[in-house]
Write a protein that binds this ligand. Structure first.
Ligand code: FES
Length: 161
């Protein structure tokens, strides 16, 4: 692994949790929380330390949307793909977001301000179509409202850059 500081953190996490039941899941959760992502080299390293195929680690990381393989942006905007939101216009919102930010779902803007993701029903179907900006649900969103939602998030990133 290229970053020696990161390797120390990963070794600590593995050593602290290696004897627990479900240890690989615990370790991956800790890596995501403490480092913010689980890159391919990190997945290889964890697999080597646990003497298991990297495909097992990779399978877990790609199955759960909580895990990411690259750093997330300062803010995460999730687009609900549940039925009510889908019918209510989420596909158009996703297209507009892709245009406005020049990124695809799962990617982060180059300024590190916003990551866009897709998610399952968040339980606010009566407000469809729904976005989640970090932990806040925003309902009845129309494509022309997206610039107003993104702008403060991008401005904040500029101010703290
Ligand atoms: S379908 Fe989107 S909140 Fe339920």
């Amino acid at each position: 692994m290229a970053d020696p500081k990161r390797k120390v953190i990963i070794d600590q996490i593995i050593d602290q949790n290696k004897d627990l039941p479900g240890n690989t899941m615990v370790v991956l959760n800790e890596l995501q929380s403490q480092i913010g992502f689980i890159s391919e080299p990190m997945q290889h390293y964890v697999a080597t330390r646990f003497h298991i195929p990297v495909s097992v680690i990779h399978g877990v990381v790609t199955f759960y949307s909580f895990f990411t393989t690259t750093p997330r942006g300062r803010h995460t905007v999730k687009f609900c793909l549940g039925t009510a939101c889908y019918v209510g216009g989420i596909p158009q919102l996703i297209e507009k977001a892709k245009q406005l930010l020049s990124i695809e779902p799962g990617q982060t803007t180059p300024d590190g301000a916003i990551t866009i993701e897709l998610c399952r029903c968040v339980g606010a179907c009566s407000q469809a179509p729904v976005l989640m900006v970090d932990d806040e649900i925003i309902g009845h969103v129309r494509p022309n409202k997206l610039p107003q939602i993104f702008k403060p998030l991008q401005e904040e990133a500029k101010e703290t850059a």
